[in-house]
Design a protein around this ligand. Structure first.
Ligand SMILES: Nc1ncnc2c1ncn2[C@@H]1O[C@H](COP(=O)(O)OP(=O)(O)OP(=O)(O)O)[C@@H](O)[C@H]1O
Ligand SMILES: [Mg+2]
Length: 294
């Protein structure tokens, strides 16, 4: 979840307390809130003419002299579902921190499409461009319902007239219904998110990202802690998101990688060690040595 969304959620909870409403919204149907209006998210224009949605070249970053990322080069095609694997400490999360503007590299180039230099933008600006990230731990608003969490992600205007209880436009309502179906929470739309299972919370957060129509989604260990059934359902969900969305998935769960992967990139010591199909990288001696053979 973005810091901006966290704030909006807090504001909404405060607003509700002021209004004396309980936290388990039981009344009203879809879009049955009072008045108001919301802005529709407008992702920045993205130039995909060179067939690359993300491009990293010679990216390096050190922390107190420790090289976490070392001359890393990587590119992702539009509509691709790229899996990234690698041993603990390989730099996978740090790579996501760099792409999303959380960490600035010491050197290198990072481009979103052909023209957007991500190193010139803040974390919030990058999220607003449709490059969204999901951290490992689910961050949903537990006191809000499934529906309210998704609605929040539509990014209604802020402020007093934040019109939190706005009437959704038909288009927004359609999108909300579509996302509820995708994440298989249609039946649970009125449930407080706090009562969902771990896997359902993860899907809800993915749903919140989808409400923002992301171009590229970064997911860090999305199936950690899920049951086998939830993991399988997550694989189906991810496969259904492409090619409309591009995905970068970091995961240690090899059966999950086997289920969803096209190209797999193996990171080690902050650089690409090998790349190819899962079978190809699993047969690579260097990979066996540093990672799979442990
Ligand atoms: N902000 C930071 N300050 C200092 N060291 C850091 C920082 N962020 C990451 N590191 C170090 O950089 C290395 C890469 O860490 P990173 O979290 O990116 O690995 P990872 O591939 O995501 O590992 P895992 O599979 O365990 O999640 C680690 O040695 C880590 O301790
Ligand atoms: Mg990590």
């Amino acid at each position: 979840m973005t810091p901006e969304l966290m704030n909006e959620g807090r504001e909404r909870l405060q607003y509700r307390e002021q209004q004396g409403q309980n936290t388990v919204g039981g009344s009203g149907g879809l879009g049955g809130y009072g008045a108001g209006y919301s802005r529709v998210h407008q992702p920045g224009s993205l130039d995909l003419t060179h067939g690359r949605i993300l491009y990293l070249e010679d990216v390096s970053v050190s922390f107190d002299g420790f090289r976490a990322i070392h001359q890393l080069s990587l590119d992702i095609a539009p509509g691709e579902l790229r899996c990234i694997i690698g041993p603990n400490g390989a730099g996978k999360t740090t790579m996501m921190d760099i792409i999303t503007g959380k960490t600035r590299p010491d050197s290198g180039r990072v481009f979103f499409g052909s023209t957007i230099d991500l190193l010139r933008h803040s974390e919030a600006e990058i999220a607003g461009m449709g490059l969204c990230r999901k951290f490992q731990k689910p961050t949903v608003f537990e006191a809000l319902t499934v529906f309210e969490n998704l609605e929040l992600a539509l990014k209604t205007p802020r402020g007093v007239a934040a019109a939190l209880w706005h009437r959704l436009s038909g288009e927004q309502r359609d999108r909300l219904g579509e996302v509820l179906d995708l994440i298989q929470l249609s039946e649970q739309w009125q449930r407080p998110a706090g009562l969902l299972s771990h896997g359902q919370k993860q899907w809800l957060e993915i749903g919140m990202l989808l409400m923002q129509e992301p171009k590229l989604l970064l997911l860090d260990e999305p199936v950690a802690g899920m049951t086998d059934q939830e993991t399988e359902r997550t694989a189906e969900l991810f496969l259904s998101l492409t090619p409309k969305h591009s995905l970068i998935v970091v995961e240690h769960d090899m059966s999950f990688i086997a289920r969803i992967s096209q190209t797999v990139t193996v990171l080690c010591e902050g650089a690409v060690l090998a790349q190819g199909t899962l079978a190809q990288v699993q047969a690579d001696e260097r990979v066996i040595e540093v990672y799979l053979g442990r």
